[in-house]
Write a protein that binds this ligand. Structure first.
Ligand code: TMP
Length: 212
């Protein structure tokens, strides 16, 4: 069931700059007096933020891939129920720093779990809510890890080069399969250039959505 609001998601691998870009984008929405709300995934509620800590914690390296997948979905179910669904029902622009495409890319492609199972769990946790527009900030893992401080890496970042290459391949495939909502932004560009592209594309798509 699609709601009255407009859902914008930011996706990409590690260090692609999506948190900075989504925050700058929210400043733009504020300037434009557009009713919006922003959350990150995993996170956005107290419970989901707690799960965020758990999934990133290197102490729990040994946990099974299925338990990791279910933790991401549990976090998602909570933020969808408490924030995403009500905001969309109110007609807001909901901005999400990651959503279910990350689960397919990281757990489906990265951890090599059954993709159909991941898709099914995504559908359950999101109650069928789909983004109207997704910005995929594309940068290779080789390039993006140059931006990270090695001693501060979390459990998922530490999953290895092959893992992160599979995640990148995953996002590429998801983008091809969802051409209508996916927009690829070259994340090797500078911050302001990327933001300008994001704002222009959003306004085009949002105006078209509103005039329907
Ligand atoms: P980030 O939002 O700061 O990138 O941190 C979230 C981390 O969790 C990142 O490594 C990607 C990972 N992740 C998954 O593995 N599966 C998911 O479903 C989501 C939402 C994130």
């Amino acid at each position: 069931m699609q709601k009255k609001g407009f859902l914008v998601t930011f996706e990409g691998g590690e260090g692609c700059g999506k948190s900075t870009q989504s925050q700058l984008f929210c400043q733009f929405l504020k300037q434009k007096n557009i009713n919006y709300y922003m959350a990150r995934e995993p996170g956005g509620t107290n419970f989901a933020e707690y799960i965020r800590m758990l999934v990133k914690d290197v102490t729990f390296e040994e946990k099974s891939p299925l338990s990791e997948l279910l933790l991401f979905e549990a976090a998602r179910a909570d933020v969808v129920d408490k924030i995403v669904k009500p905001m969309l029902e109110n007609g807001a622009v909901m901005v999400l720093d990651r959503f279910y495409d990350s689960t397919l890319a990281y757990q489906g492609y990265g951890r090599q779990m059954d993709k159909e199972m991941v898709k099914l769990l995504n559908k359950v946790a999101t109650e069928g809510i789909e983004p109207n527009l997704t910005f995929y900030l594309k940068i290779s893992p080789e390039e993006s890890f140059k931006r990270k401080t090695k001693d501060k890496l979390d459990l998922i970042e530490l999953s290895g080069e092959d893992f992160h290459k599979r995640v990148e391949f995953g996002f590429d495939c998801i983008a091809k399969e969802n051409k209508n909502r996916y927009v690829i932004i070259d994340a090797t560009q500078d911050r302001d250039t990327m933001q300008k592209q994001i704002r222009e594309i959003f306004m085009e798509r949002y105006n078209a959505f509103q005039s329907k």
